[in-house]
Design a protein around this ligand. Structure first.
Ligand SMILES: CC(C)(COP(=O)(O)OP(=O)(O)OC[C@H]1O[C@@H](n2cnc3c(N)ncnc32)[C@H](O)[C@@H]1OP(=O)(O)O)[C@@H](O)C(=O)NCCC(=O)NCCS
Length: 191
């Protein structure tokens, strides 16, 4: 088994502007279900919206297992006072040999358009490049997913190629646009 990049018994908490990236626990089931059962959030996801609350508990269990084997790191995104869970962001397919990972993210619909995910991903990229010493972050995006593409553009990702009919979701074949960000292209936030 490859060596896990992150040691310890859980993910570190990361702070962004107005957001906190933190470990998901059993108390997050209801909030996770709200995010991933919303058809607007899941429109361009690789799976249909959840219809069963058990999916949220299973996600938390998978997150723990992946953390242990070092292949995927998924943080909950907290914001507001009192803080509530508004989404998640993930480093998936973590490849230690090639120092790359794929980024994934979802935000509850009533939080779109306020910069929460930009701030969360800026903190995640800083951690991925500076602390985990990754070289390349990838994103696999439906070409119709305009808010996601706008966000990746803002963060400096480059469009690298179109992969045709890569996913089948609800009997629909969906294309993918691959985006990539290299460490040397990434601008660290000014301290
Ligand atoms: C992709 C997704 C997270 C983007 O959400 P978002 O709210 O548009 O993204 P941001 O948090 O970066 O917010 C950007 C918006 O907030 C505004 N904004 C306000 N303050 C801002 C700040 N401090 N920094 C950046 N943007 C800010 C921007 O102007 C922009 O508004 P606009 O969309 O009207 O141009 C969201 O659409 C989503 O969860 N989609 C469903 C899941 C999904 O498809 N994920 C991607 C697959 S991996």
């Amino acid at each position: 088994m490859p060596m896990a990049l992150i040691e310890g018994d859980k993910l570190p908490t990361l702070k962004g502007d107005g957001v906190r990236l933190r470990w998901l626990d059993d108390g997050d089931v209801a909030a996770l279900y709200e995010v991933f059962s919303d058809a607007r959030v899941m429109r361009y996801w690789s799976t249909p919206p959840w219809t069963d609350r058990g999916e949220a508990a299973r996600m938390i269990e998978r997150v723990r297992q992946h953390f242990t084997n070092g292949t995927l790191y998924q943080w909950g995104i907290g914001a507001g006072t009192p803080e509530r869970l508004i989404g998640t962001c993930t480093l998936a397919y973590v490849d230690t040999q090639n120092r790359r990972a794929e980024i994934g993210f979802a935000l509850r619909h009533d939080c779109w358009g306020r910069g929460f995910m930009s701030c969360a991903l800026s903190a995640l990229l800083q951690y991925a490049f500076e602390t985990l010493n990754l070289h390349r972050i990838e994103a696999d995006v439906d070409p119709r997913n305009a808010p996601c593409i706008a966000l990746l553009d803002r963060l400096g990702f480059q469009r690298e190629g179109l992969l045709r009919e890569r996913w089948i979701v609800n009997d629909e074949y969906n294309d993918t646009v691959f985006y990539g960000l290299l460490r040397r292209e990434w601008s660290a936030p000014v301290a």
